[in-house]
Write a protein that binds this ligand. Structure first.
Ligand code: PHE
Length: 351
């Protein structure tokens, strides 16, 4: 092998040994740089005759080209290898199953609330929303339950600030009944002109579902639970209407005609007379068992007066039912606390 061929071979070997672009540039300088081997060869021609220069020059040029193309090839090879590494690092396995957004679902109690709103909505009831931190006046006093009334102790709750003797102060509402007063007062305001003229006011027909609070906790009681208030006030609304509305409601809610309803005398300060509402299925696993599902009654004249209406002219009924209890019955759940533990194994069954 001639010295020139030897030089090309050494250059190739050096280039191949360069593991990265920086090393390759160093190797390049060794051959093609200012003090590189090829440059040296060219300088060495100075002493040659013109004839020799010609042939030697052509040979050196071939060597130079061979070294340059070896360099280009190695550059390309290094760049390709770099790209392969990068592609491998960023590899995307399109055959893997996709990442799915977790499928959520409505809480079973929310499902019940939606059903309740839809059914009462179809019977002409408005749906109202009210504050969970309630004024003492709306929660108790306006509902014929003054500060010294013994019924208050059955509604032990969470007080946000101290209740003043005049009934001021705030608490977490113990029932949705304060919404009776809030809604009726608004309704009366809206129809003030009619009322002042002694004309008949459009009936009040509303339900008010929402969260309520009491100091209570066991398998059938939770410190936070749901209620749905109902109020129907007009000039001619009676217990008969309450019974038919309720019967329709519960039969629709539970999707069965095999359901009966009874009123059991009871006491609430804001209704007179008052009754607990029980339902019983005449078929199915709960057949024949009376289950308490709501409190109800004819709105007390004092409360009608607090609405801003004349109790001699306006009469009607109110009820408060427990959507949690209805949900337990509908889905066969036997512990109320399951609804509020947030355990996905339980909740995902309702998706
Ligand atoms: N607010 C009552 C309770 O929580 C239920 C009720 C509402 C009773 C309306 C009569 C009328 O126990």
């Amino acid at each position: 092998m001639s010295d020139l061929d030897q030089l090309v071979a050494t250059a190739r070997a050096d280039f191949d040994a360069a593991g990265n672009p920086a090393a390759l540039e160093d190797a390049k300088a060794k051959y093609l740089g200012k003090a590189g081997r090829v440059t040296e060869l060219l300088k060495g021609m100075a002493a040659l005759s013109p004839e020799e220069k010609k042939s030697r020059g052509a040979q050196i040029n071939v060597v130079k080209q061979q070294i340059e193309s070896a360099l280009t090839a190695r550059r390309q090879a290094l760049a390709d290898a770099e790209l392969q590494i990068q592609l491998k690092a960023e590899a995307l396995d399109v055959t893997l199953p996709g990442r799915q957004a977790g499928l959520g679902g409505l809480h079973p109690v929310s499902r019940s609330l939606e059903r309740i709103e839809a059914i009462f909505g179809s019977m002409g009831f408005d749906v109202a929303d009210g504050p969970e931190i309630e004024e003492d006046w709306f929660n108790f006093t306006a509902l014929n339950t003054p500060a010294d009334h013994p019924a208050r102790s059955m509604h032990d709750t969470f007080y946000v600030d101290t209740v003043a003797p005049d009934g001021g102060g705030h608490l977490l509402r113990t029932h949705t009944s304060p919404m009776q007063v809030r809604y009726a007062v608004q309704h009366v305001k809206k129809h003030k002109t009619l009322l002042d003229a002694g004309q008949a006011m459009p009936e009040i027909r509303v339900i008010a579902p929402g969260r309520t609070y009491r100091v209570d906790s066991d398998a059938t009681h939770s410190p936070m639970f749901h209620q749905c208030e109902g109020l129907w006030i007009g000039e001619n609304v009676s217990f008969k209407d309450l019974k038919s509305v309720f019967t329709d409601f519960f039969r629709t809610f539970f999707e069965t005609e095999d359901l009966n309803l009874r009123f059991r005398p009871s006491f609430f300060p804001f209704t007179e007379p008052s009754a607990e509402v029980d339902i019983a299925f005449s078929s199915g696993p709960l057949k024949g068992r009376w289950l308490e599902v709501a409190g109800s009654g004819q709105v007390h004249p004092n409360v009608v007066r607090n609405f801003g209406l004349d109790p001699e002219r306006y009469i009607g009924f109110a009820f408060g039912m427990g959507p949690d209890r209805l949900t337990m019955l509908r889905y066969g759940v036997n512990d109320l606390r399951l609804f509020f533990d947030g355990d996905l194994r339980f909740l995902s069954q309702f998706r």
